[in-house]
Structure formats: structure tokens, C-alpha cells
Design a protein around this ligand. Structure first.
Ligand code: RTP
Ligand code: MG
Length: 139
């Protein structure tokens, strides 16, 4: 059985451009329930840990710079089949490849600055939610 929880971040570019409300509206209109949420800013150490899987990739430095340059919205979302359905809702990593109507197609500027994060597995959803939220902040 697939899990019902995923973790998302509205990345600094989405916050800078004033897209928080529109993106959250699309997420909730698509059937996701928000069970934890905050505006926060990642430190360099936070971003290096969160994206540690990419540390050997050529874009790692840029990714850490980008993810720490301003506030993000971190949130935990619940829905049946949450991880897969949320990845469908946000669209491909590169907005040029993202399906019409997806969040990245509408709000992302480039593969590097792509507006939103979505967990890629049930296991990572749990790890990422616990990275950003204390137990009493998740409902
Ligand atoms: P995310 O983890 O943020 O949900 O994105 P994703 O699964 O779609 O993509 P992933 O391969 O995990 O890459 C993480 C983030 O790194 C940046 N990136 N830049 N310049 C590049 O070629 C490049 N490739 C990836 C993006 O911000 C991507 O979301
Ligand atoms: Mg990823």
C-alpha cells in the first residue's frame, strides 16, 4: 500500500515572486490536506544536508546558494498516494519538460530554479518532514 504523506517546499524563487497563495491554492484544490506548514529559511548546512544525495553533482553549489537565498514555505501534505500524485502535480524537474497546467510549468523559470520540491519516496517524505518539523508541529 502506498503512503499518504509527502513533504514540499515552495522554493525561494516562488516566494520572491509572490506565488505562495496561488501554489497553495492549487495544492489544496488538488485534494492535498496541509498538516504542517511554516515560512523558514534554510542555512547552508541545512541545504547541504537536505540535498546531500546531490553533493557530487556539478550543480550542487548553485543548488545550495539558491535554496538558502531567501525564505521558503515548508509543508507536510496528506492524500492517498501522496508522493506520486504530488510529483505529477508539480511536473518534471525541468519546466520545459513539465506537462501543461503543472505547478512547475506555470511558476518555474528553469531546471535550477523550479519553484517547488516534492519528496521522491514514502521513506524520504518521513525523513524530510522530520528534518523541518517537530512532532508537535505536525497535525
Ligand atoms: P526536488 O528534489 O527539489 O523535488 O527536485 P527533483 O526531484 O525534481 O530533482 P532532483 O534531481 O532531485 O534535483 C534537485 C534540485 O536540484 C536542482 N537541479 N539543478 N542545474 C541543473 O541541472 C539542476 N538539476 C537539478 C533543481 O532545483 C532540482 O529541483
Ligand atoms: Mg529530488
Amino acid at each position: 500500500m502506498s503512503g499518504h504523506k509527502t513533504f514540499t517546499m515552495l522554493k525561494p524563487d516562488a516566494v520572491e515572486k509572490g506565488h505562495i497563495g496561488a501554489i497553495l491554492n492549487q495544492i489544496t484544490a488538488s485534494g492535498f490536506k496541509i498538516t504542517a506548514m511554516k515560512l523558514t529559511q534554510m542555512t547552508t548546512a541545512d541545504a547541504e544536508t537536505f540535498y546531500a544525495i546531490h553533493k557530487e553533482r556539478p550543480f550542487f553549489g548553485e543548488l545550495v546558494e539558491y535554496m538558502t537565498r531567501g525564505p521558503i514555505v515548508a509543508a507536510v501534505l496528506e492524500k492517498e498516494n501522496a508522493v506520486e500524485d504530488f510529483r505529477t502535480l508539480i511536473g518534471a524537474t525541468n519546466p520545459e519538460d513539465a506537462a501543461e497546467g503543472t505547478i512547475r510549468k506555470k511558476y518555474a523559470a528553469s531546471i535550477g530554479e523550479n519553484a517547488v520540491h516534492g519528496s521522491d519516496s514514502d521513506e524520504n517524505a518521513e525523513i524530510e518532514a522530520a528534518f523541518h518539523f517537530a512532532g508537535r508541529e505536525m497535525f
